[in-house]
Design a protein around this ligand. Sequence first.
Ligand SMILES: CC(C)(COP(=O)(O)OP(=O)(O)OC[C@H]1O[C@@H](n2cnc3c(N)ncnc32)[C@H](O)[C@@H]1OP(=O)(O)O)[C@@H](O)C(=O)NCCC(=O)NCCS
Length: 152
Amino acid sequence: MSAGTVTIAPLRREDVPRCAQIEQQLFPGDDPWSENAFRSELDNGNFYVGAYVDGVLIGYAGLGLTDFESSVHTIAVVTAHQGGGVGKTLLRALLAKADEAGLPVFLEVRTDNVPAINLYLAHGFEHLGLRRRYYQPSGADAYTMGRPANRD
Ligand SMILES: CC(C)(COP(=O)(O)OP(=O)(O)OC[C@H]1O[C@@H](n2cnc3c(N)ncnc32)[C@H](O)[C@@H]1OP(=O)(O)O)[C@@H](O)C(=O)NCCC(=O)NCCS
């Protein structure tokens, strides 16, 4: 991971072009989100945070919330900063929001994405099911995972 202090803050609308660039780098075979997709995520009231080093966006994560459940819509850290704890910090920000609302959290993850699966298992998620050919156009399978509501 590169040096520098990482700041977590609400994702800004002006970050959308960089989010779409990062998506292209990290999810090339799985229909990376466009700028419009990110804009509609922000417009629809989802909870988004960004990770910044010296004001530059190096990662982001988003949580959708309903009255009954929440779901991790996306989480990503640029390659140069992976493995340094940024993903963990972003996920914890989402989980704090879900806990504040007393909601369980659900997500899908590629079955071959070992770093992400380990991250989720370390934060109270369990495997729930398997969705064959969930990701397109790659045709990769997804696990569904869930974390119970924390009602403390
Ligand atoms: C998944 C991702 C967000 C994790 O972020 P990160 O900053 O690299 O992860 P962290 O350094 O915070 O590590 C958190 C935990 O993830 C797991 N992990 C991270 N990298 C790992 C690796 N290479 N191998 C195995 N487990 C790994 C570990 O459990 C780790 O905890 P530990 O450091 O206590 O062992 C990041 O790798 C990423 O952006 N990947 C590409 C996009 C993606 O796959 N997003 C998830 C879609 S569901």
